[in-house]
Structure formats: C-alpha cells, structure tokens
Design a protein around this ligand. Sequence first.
Ligand SMILES: CC(C)(COP(=O)(O)OP(=O)(O)OC[C@H]1O[C@@H](n2cnc3c(N)ncnc32)[C@H](O)[C@@H]1OP(=O)(O)O)[C@@H](O)C(=O)NCCC(=O)NCCS
Length: 267
Amino acid sequence: MRVQNQACTAITMTDCQTLPTNLYPDSEDVHVWWASLSPSRQDITSWVAHLSADERDRADRYRFARDRTRFVVGRGLLRILISRYLDLAPRQVQFAYGPYGKPSLAGAEDDLTFSLAHSDDLAVYAFSRKRDIGVDLEYVRPLEDMGDIAARFFSPDEAAALAALPQPQQLDVFYHIWTCKEAYLKALGAGLSLPLDAFDVAVNPQEPARLLRVGLDRSDEPGRWTLLRLASREHYAAALSVNGPVARIVRRASDVTHRLTDVTFGG
Ligand SMILES: CC(C)(COP(=O)(O)OP(=O)(O)OC[C@H]1O[C@@H](n2cnc3c(N)ncnc32)[C@H](O)[C@@H]1OP(=O)(O)O)[C@@H](O)C(=O)NCCC(=O)NCCS
C-alpha cells in the first residue's frame, strides 16, 4: 500500500474561537476535520460547558479520566463545528439518534450530515450535505490474532485476499479493510445489524478503495457509494464512505482544498 505521510493538522480550542461561520459544504464536497482529544487540563472546563445534560451524564459514567476527557472534548468539538455550520451556539445543537446509535441533527430543516470517529487521542469529523456519510479511524497497532479477527469479521474473499499478501503488507491492509467496512457501516448507521461478511471492499493495495459487493437485497449498492482512504497521522488508518459522488475533500482545519488524489492512498 502506498501511504501518503501527509500529517493532518489538528484543530485546538484556540482555533475554534476563530473559526468562520457559514461553512456549508458545496453539494458534492466533503469537509474533513482532524482534532487531538488531549487538551490541557485547563481546557476541559470550557469543553464541558458546551455539552447537554445527557452528554454530561454520559461523561460522568466513564470510569477512566482519560476516556472521559476524550468524550468531552470529542463531543464538545462536534458541537462547536456544527454550530459554525449552522450559525448557532454549540449548546443549541440538538441531536437525534438512529436505532443503532448514529447521531444526526434533530429537525428536518438542515441537510447537513456528519460522522465522526476517534481512536487513541485522534478524532476525525466529516461533513457533507444530504448524503449518508460515515468515517472511521483506527490507531494501527500490531495484532497477534489478526488472522483470526479477519476470519471472524471479514468476508471470505477479503480474508483470503489478505492472507495471500506478503506478510509485511498485511497489517496496513488489515486496517484498510477494517476502516473501509466500518466507514460503510457507519454511513448506513446500521451498526452490526448488517453482517460484516455481507459485503466486500477492495483489498488490493494497488487499487483505490471501493465497495465491491453488497449481498442481501442491496446488489445495486456499490455503484452508489464513494469509498476513500484518508491520509491521517502516522500510525493511523482512516476511511470515508459517502452515498454519492464526491468532487472534493476539503480539509477544513488548515482550510486547504485537496484534490481526491492528494488525500487517498494507492490508485
Ligand atoms: C457504533 C460503532 C460505530 C462503534 O464504532 P467504534 O469503532 O467503537 O467507534 P468510532 O470511533 O468509529 O465511532 C464512534 C462515533 O460513531 C458515532 N456512532 C455511534 N453509533 C453509530 C452508528 N450506529 N452508526 C454510525 N455512527 C455511530 C458516534 O458519533 C460515536 O461517537 P461518540 O462515542 O463520541 O458519540 C459501530 O459501528 C460498532 O459497534 N462497530 C463494532 C466494531 C466492529 O466490529 N467493526 C467491524 C469492522 S470490520
């Protein structure tokens, strides 16, 4: 897999105070934001102030301070970002939740859609208009039982293609498959109600990311979806899935527009 080691620029609380409003994405654009979830202790109070009562309750239920901090900062940042898209205060943002827990904006008047993922201390947020969107991010750590996990969670074709690769390539490709599958699931909001072996993603590291096959009654799905690998920080894998064509990925943190070839691996 050819990995583009272009470091992602993470936003900070200070950046948030100067974010522009009226950020709305163009109809075929996706905005991607990266953030570190490890702010200084002093920052935490400001992030908590943005949360709703139920989010504070959820934060209190985390057993470890580190997980609590990551949730508070991650959710606080989500509210700040949405507030800039919709031009309202972060506390005014209201979420609705799908049957498997996918958050969306409550109220039908906005066509802004979003997805977020976090792993270790990095988070990624993706925004689009009217599209089902899913993003996934994983910290790439060596897995002794990688083959067992692939056999259990991947489709038979994916697991076989992974096993056939030279051993040094397998870890990166494993996380590529994992994040692509998870990004598609997250766009659907289906949780694990859609069996993970009911669809295939492209495994070949020389090919662009792609949804290849969806079983059950969804055989026309692959043509409707865009699947992309996102270049993130070193030691992380990330993927994005969008229901429809994507013209541009806009990295909003640094406000730089990248052509798709700049932000994907392989291809
Ligand atoms: C719920 C799920 C999204 C959890 O994924 P995860 O890897 O633990 O967490 P991520 O960092 O990717 O995403 C978390 C965010 O996804 C969102 N989310 C929650 N449920 C979701 C759903 N059903 N669909 C889409 N997004 C969802 C939330 O915003 C959440 O953030 P929050 O915790 O701050 O509220 C779900 O897909 C899941 O349980 N997957 C199991 C993992 C698995 O077996 N994957 C196999 C891939 S081959």
